[in-house]
Write a protein that binds this ligand. Sequence first.
Ligand SMILES: Cc1ncc(COP(=O)(O)O)c(C=O)c1O
Length: 355
Amino acid sequence: MEFIDLRSDTVTKPTDAMREAMASAVVGDDVYGEDPTVNRLQEMMADLVGMEAGLFVASGTMGNVVAILTHAGRGDEMLLGHLAHTFLYEGGASAGLAGVHPHILQNEEDGTIDLDAIEEAIRPDNVHFPISRLLCLEDTHNRCGGAAIGADYLDAAAQLAHSHGMSVHLDGARLFNAAIALGVAASELTRNVDSVMICLSKGLGAPVGSVLCGTRTFIDRALRMRKIVGGGMRQAGIIAAAGIYALENNVERLTEDHANAARLAAGIDAIPGLSCTSHDGSKIPTNLVYFTVDGASIGNPALDANLLSQRLREHGILANSLGSSNQMRMVTHIGIDGGDIEQAITALRSSLEET
Ligand SMILES: Cc1ncc(COP(=O)(O)O)c(C=O)c1O
């Protein structure tokens, strides 16, 4: 059976044109700084986010931990939301590799963290406390429904952190989704943060890679940290070429993913027993569709997110269940078209009707 894969935008496969760009890439040894394709990708991304320099890394997780290693030292503290990807899904890398103490604050529904809560959490200078060194934000915010966070909030949070001598790192795994949804340039979102990590391997459709951007001095230090975590790659231009192709061809088309996500969300909301939380008017949605499953409300208490996910698979639809919370997630991407959305809605309807 050919599946419609809505588990994540990481499942995309390179198109023929992207593969051609990869096959014909001019390469060199990137550890010597001699891969022209990697260098070009790094410059392109730095320009797009209005920063001085970029560093190609293997994954979003690597980009985030390299940023943390570069900004903070052992025993320092970083502030971040309780639903931050860096906190939930990166293997505890900040503590395990960087020795940085995570100080968790409540994420609001729209992915932000209350500014007063940030201010209150910043430690006074006292030998008993870790040094508050870094604030980590996320845009779009994955677990907050893929919400796009606007420049006003990012600016205010960055100014607050800076006024206390802290740095700000932005997990922008899906930064271009945020920029497209908000109708602004990516550089508007990053103008006050000190570093940003952007993934090429999600909505942009490249097979591998992320880019960490910051000042020249920051990236020079990050280069050492990338080496320490084993991220020094050699003829990496082969994969960087896919990133360049993605930046040149796949940014504007993210609007299609957002439109498909909105159609899917509306379809889900019209099905008794399901309610969409990512597209509920409380935040700016993008390509992630989160919804809750309430089997009891339709007289089928045994129907939970895990069972629905299994049933959908039988209908040829792959979607992730978030387990005990009875939440599910569907993600639109370059491999999903309008017909797939209709099929997914039909499969959801049929799966809920089965007893
Ligand atoms: C917001 C966010 N940050 C970071 C990552 C990590 O990216 P990677 O899977 O490339 O390590 C992800 C992955 O889904 C993500 O959603």
